[in-house]
Write a protein of this length. Sequence first.
Length: 890
Amino acid sequence: MTGPLSTADIREKYLHFFESKGHLRLPSYSTVAPDPTTLFTVAGMQPFKEQFMGAPAVFDGVASKRVTTAQKCLRIGDIENVGRTLRHCSLLEMLGNFSFGDYFKREALTWAWEFLTSPEWMGLDKERLYATIYQDDEEAFTIWTQENGLPPERILRFGADENFWPADAPKEGPNGPCGPCSEIFYDRGPKYGDDTWAEYADTRESARFLEIWNCVFPQFDRQEPLPDGTPVLKDLPFKNIDTGMGLERIATVVQDVYDFYSNDVFAPIVAKVAELSGQPYEGPQSVSHRVVAEHLRSVSMVVADGSQPGNTGRGYVVRKILRRACRHAYLLGLREPSLYKLVPIVVERMGDAYPELKDNRAKIEATVKAEEERFLKTLEGGIQRLGGLLSGLEKGSVLSGNDAFVLYDTYGFPVDLTKEIAEEYGITVDEAGYAESLENAQNVARAGSKYGKSELFGGNLEALDGLSPTEFVGYDHLQADGEVVALVGAGERLSHLPAGSEATVVLSRTPFYAEGGGEVGDTGRLEWDGGSAVVRDTRKTPQGVFLHDVEVESGELRDGTAVRGVVSGERQAIQRHHTATHLLHAALRAVLGSGVAQKGSLVAADRLRFDFSHGAALSADEIAAVETLVSRWVSANFPVSWQEMPIAQAKAAGATALFGEKYGETVRVVSVGGSVDYGGQTVSSMELCGGAHVTRTGDIGAFVLLGDENVAAGVRRVEALAGEAATAWVRERLNAAAKTAALLNTSPDALEARVSGLQAQLRAAEKETAGVRRQLAEAQMGGGGSAAQTRELGGFRVATLKLAGIEGNDLRAAADKLLDQSGADVIVVAGDKGLVVKASKDAVTRGAHAGQLVGKLAAAGGGKGGGRPDMAQAGITDADAALGALDTAF
Ligand code: SER
């Protein structure tokens, strides 16, 4: 269907425009950034931080000081507003063009103007565009007014809170590249609000004036401020450009739809939510449709990028987003796992631009479904707890806001549901108190998030004050006895946990490894006389207090109870992956050179992930060499040992330390007791590490190195599997190859030859069909377009032609030909499902407008369309009705 530009068209046009200005187009980097300042990629510039600071601008071997990307970003600071407003999104696609010491302000602003206003690109009305600039940025002011012709009254000046990026960076940080910026706004017209641009200077909030593009001029490297708070901005080695246009925003403007949720990506997802729930998308409940649609989009993307729901770090965020979607699905009346059924439609709408969605569809569905099942189960625990609370209250009384909040925070219990159930008991909920508790928790989370604490501790650090460090015995023991020294739920100390509740438990002694150094926290069980609990995750505070996230299965867990901690069997798999990570690191350095430095890692039961600095993709030979080297260590079955020593001694012994990591005076060193040979080079492994390891390299078992990807400029990411995870992966691939071969009537060995044969056949068949289609069109057109009917309408010679069985490109080609051959001013060609209108140059100067014409014809033909004055297209369902409307269309 044709009509206003689709989101995909806009994305493509943007990238194409900047390619035409000499930019190198790069694919989106992962949402999981290796940059430790944020959990997720939050801006298009993030993968290029090093290049802004002066690192070589070379991307997979191609040098270019100008690049352009459409980057998927996750912004979670305002998650509570997503769905409540029509303008917040957690996942956004940022269209960006970047210059690393190449062009600067003038090109950035004039190209932005050209892209937005030229009819060939976005064709927006110049009269509707506005800009803001940094208070004293005269250079930007001159470019806007003199080069782009923007009247001065359409430019507002703001301070560093609005027109600096990151906002307020000079005072507030973070350290690193930053600079003033100029934002471009679009006036969506009075139907969105009767405010004026001048008023925007005060309100800074408008549904009418929508910010669409932020052009940043990073020229400073922000440093720690002086002790008196004076900001320190050092000049970067050169001046850079970083622009970011929200694709969702520009699509809303170009498609002239009311909000994000009505554009061509979101509308079908929202419609599916309505279909699954049977609840129409209208009224106050529409918040829930939006939350579900938006959050499923983000979750699908981050899971495709390898994140999984969990209790810490990124996993915590993924769980939080997914839980919020679950709650809203529940509010829409969905009582069975249903959200996973939205995944196919997200993949359908976005999978062409982000193939990782297609590749991981099954994994995304399974992840979402499992989390929904857990959520529904937890909710049952909440219903029981609420029942207990309510039956203890008199009819006509009030349930405290904090109780309602604890239900929400601990059991994921939506407050609206609490209200509904309380009503049945004749009890009301103190909503103001609930809002206050929520606000407090969010403030703690926000304040903490600067230091990454909110994600780690859910804001309940204070409740842990005064506890001594936990005795950790888990390097050598997978079971240990200890005593409960604290129970914490929703930021408060509790005396006991009833069955069904989820909370944090602190023990005096524990075998559970706490997440750290890339290794995930242990899971397992707590057992005591009369009860048991599942341990879902383990973390620790900087003071060394271990936090076990548990769900009580049966019995009651009381403060002071003697419990036995039993670490799950997954630990063996985690240890295999951890030792394998060390060997992989050493092997990468041997094969690729000592320029390889670890940038991040994940060690889990099902895989390991390793980010490292390296400028180019790994060749098949390099992958094979690294894999072989690791396997050699495994077969040698060397002992693995660990010992504590002073840091100076560790360094003198040649242990690898991570750059930028802070170590104490005493460090733990993990060494593999034997080296392997790589082309005459002796390769060994000794690293500073606090993680859990196997005792002999042979315990690792099979090892498979999966291909690598690019996660930031100059940073590669590899994944690898060890032990059973590796053999299962290989088995799955062998089965898939056997199945595919059977489908193609051949053997796995002959698969490659068979597929290239089929591809050649397919290409030949496509060529043949294209030829037949052309002949079909030509036959129907008659020689020289003689089959077309030509008549005089509104002072133009208009030729019309119906072509059965012709669509898309062929329809456009037929219209081109007809315009050439018939000598008519305006051409209208209708296929079964599409309509193309073209107007000659001369007709356009005389006032013909293909875009307007196609709109009228499409409306009569049961469709929608639009386009430029000289060429426009529409999707229709009734060609005769569309052509029938021609007489009245002029
Ligand atoms: N870094 C800027 C932003 O995120 C522009 O790309 O708004």
